[in-house]
Write a protein that binds this ligand. Structure first.
Ligand code: URA
Ligand code: SF4
Length: 207
């Protein structure tokens, strides 16, 4: 089976994890992507935000949530009153998965499979073990399935505080939609308000 497990360092905290993840070959996604996009932010953050996978810009720059979805997320976090310095931001899958309609055309995001999410899970588990956040903000269905299993439905639990055991530790989580879905929504303003309202639940949960 695909797995990142053999690539994980035995000790060393986030810097060692980031260095090791750069050489991960745990699933085929490293082949076409530019680089591993590991989590970033405050190693002692109280809030960990988990997205799906890096996008086009993230793949080029090597940092999570620096493209259009990231800009929208930053704005929504500020509006909800979550201090960006108190966050650590990462993804369920650390390599960009994409297709091209034609050679040399724009790269189009493709959803990771359950096998790829499972393969990449040890990196996310290691980030959780090191950062030990007080709260996990689950951004969309892929992050939810990676953390809580394949029966996760974002519409059923968004904007609520869940208490679940994840990789053997009790965690508190607030799921919401993925910021990219706000950019694609017919009513962008309503979708954005929904995201901010869920993030306010997260802000209250760490007060
Ligand atoms: N979407 C994600 O899920 N993660 C990123 O880092 C960027 C876009
Ligand atoms: Fe490793 Fe995850 Fe990249 Fe697959 S997606 S190669 S498991 S870092």
């Amino acid at each position: 089976a695909y797995t990142a497990e053999p690539f994980l360092p035995s000790h060393g905290g986030l810097p060692a994890l980031r260095r090791a993840a750069a050489d991960c070959r745990g699933c085929p996604l490293h082949r076409d992507a530019t680089q591993t996009v590991f989590g970033a932010g405050n190693a002692h953050a109280r809030v960990m935000l988990v997205g799906e996978q890096p996008g086009d810009q993230e793949d080029r720059q090597g940092k999570p949530f620096v493209g259009p979805a990231g800009k929208l997320l930053d704005r929504a976090l500020a509006e909800a009153g979550i201090d960006p310095d108190d966050t650590y931001v990462t993804n369920a899958v650390k390599h960009f998965k994409f297709t091209r309609s034609e050679p040399r055309k724009r790269r189009i995001h493709k959803a990771p499979t359950l096998r790829e999410m499972t393969a990449c899970g040890p990196w996310l588990a290691a980030e959780l073990a090191v950062v030990e956040p007080e709260l996990i903000v689950v951004l969309g269905a892929t992050a939810g399935k990676a953390l809580l299993g394949s029966s996760f439905r974002v519409t059923q639990v968004r904007g609520t505080v869940l208490e679940e055991e994840i990789h053997g530790r009790p965690e508190r989580l607030v799921p919401t939609v993925h910021p990219s879905s706000v950019l694609r929504a017919d009513d962008r303003e309503a979708a954005y308000r929904g995201l901010v309202s869920d993030l306010k639940v997260a802000a209250r949960a760490i007060q």
